[in-house]
Write a protein that binds this ligand. Structure first.
Ligand code: C2E
Ligand code: CA
Ligand code: CA
Ligand code: CA
Length: 281
């Protein structure tokens, strides 16, 4: 029973959520911001987890946490529909804080259940990354959940990292000192200064799925993917190709020595209880 919804930009803080009324055909207008605020408070958000695999062995090497909103009336609302709203209203910081805590708590539960340790990756928005107390906040979450810092990875996009490079570098070094891993999400679609990239204390580059989609047919995309893989090798960084949906894509990536892959081919994002089968026994 999926409701229709539409984010309508009528200016700041003025997104509307439309649900078609079943009986009287009167459209209900609800403030999506109010709904999202309630969702964060009322446990309508939950996390799905998508495994990241070693391309050669197909063993799980990491897990990305991805937020989901299941609304009691409107059904499942995908992040592409509410993350932009959350960013515009500033609610993203509350959301990211909730996600961080939940992902760390879940990984700690898996560790306590005896599964072999892997890092969990959490997406951190630019607004959350720029919070002055980010380091102390993450420290507190790690202390509260009992998760060792080395099992937390945060994913930042190029635009987050490249905006205000000096502050970024400070924050990244602070997080690295704490022992947290850092990956650069959606690599290739933003504008990265390659000269700057080599100075960043990052662990992994994630090749954006738009470059993976048409390999191995598209010669330009092949060249780009190959270049990013070589770049990561030369900078001694890990690399993960996103959006891997076909065996042909996987084979090409393997032939180029791409270490990590993530995508529907090996697993979609799944609820926490479905991921345990991917852990090494
Ligand atoms: P992202 O971080 O680039 O995450 C990857 C997206 O690609 C996810 O979409 C995932 O479900 C999807 N995906 C994975 N494998 C494949 C594949 O093989 N093919 C295709 N077509 N798609 C694939 P999702 O979960 O809808 O999330 C969309 C975006 O929303 C994320 O992109 C991220 O930018 C944002 N997001 C999700 N969860 C969070 C969160 O907790 N906090 C923040 N700040 N942003 C989040
Ligand atoms: Ca991500
Ligand atoms: Ca991505
Ligand atoms: Ca993305």
């Amino acid at each position: 029973d999926q409701a229709m919804y539409r984010a309508k930009d009528q200016g700041r803080n003025n997104y509307q959520l439309y649900t078609p009324a079943k009986e009287d055909h009167t459209p209900q207008l609800l403030s999506m911001e109010t709904s999202l605020r309630r969702a964060i408070a009322n446990e309508q958000l939950h996390l799905y987890y998508q495994p990241q695999f070693d391309a050669a062995t197909r063993k799980m090497i990491g897990i990305e946490a991805l937020v989901r909103w299941s609304h009691p009336d409107w059904g499942n609302i995908p992040p592409s529909r509410f993350i932009p709203l959350a960013e515009e209203t500033g609610l993203i910081t509350l959301l990211d804080q909730w996600v961080l805590r939940e992902a760390c708590a879940q990984l700690k539960r898996w560790l306590d259940e005896g599964y072999s340790p892997l890092p969990v990756s959490v997406n951190v928005s630019m607004l959350q990354f720029r919070q002055p107390n980010l380091g102390p906040f993450i420290s507190r979450v790690l202390a509260d959940t009992g998760l060792p810092a080395r099992y937390l990875e945060i994913e930042l996009t190029e635009s987050t990292i490249m905006s205000n490079p000096d502050v970024t570098l400070q924050t990244l070094h602070e997080l690295k000192r704490m022992g947290i891993r850092i990956s650069l999400d959606d690599f290739g679609v933003g504008y990265s200064s390659l000269n700057y990239l080599k100075k960043l204390p990052i662990d992994t580059i994630k090749i954006d799925q738009s470059f993976v989609k048409d390999i191995p047919e598209d010669a330009n995309d092949k060249a780009i993917v190959q270049t990013i893989i070589h770049l990561s090798q030369n900078l001694r960084l890990g690399v993960i190709a996103e959006g891997v949906e076909t065996e042909a894509q996987l084979q090409y990536l393997q032939s180029q020595q791409c270490k990590g892959i993530q995508g529907y081919l090996l697993s979609r994002p799944v609820p926490h209880h479905e991921i345990t089968r991917f852990f090494a026994s």
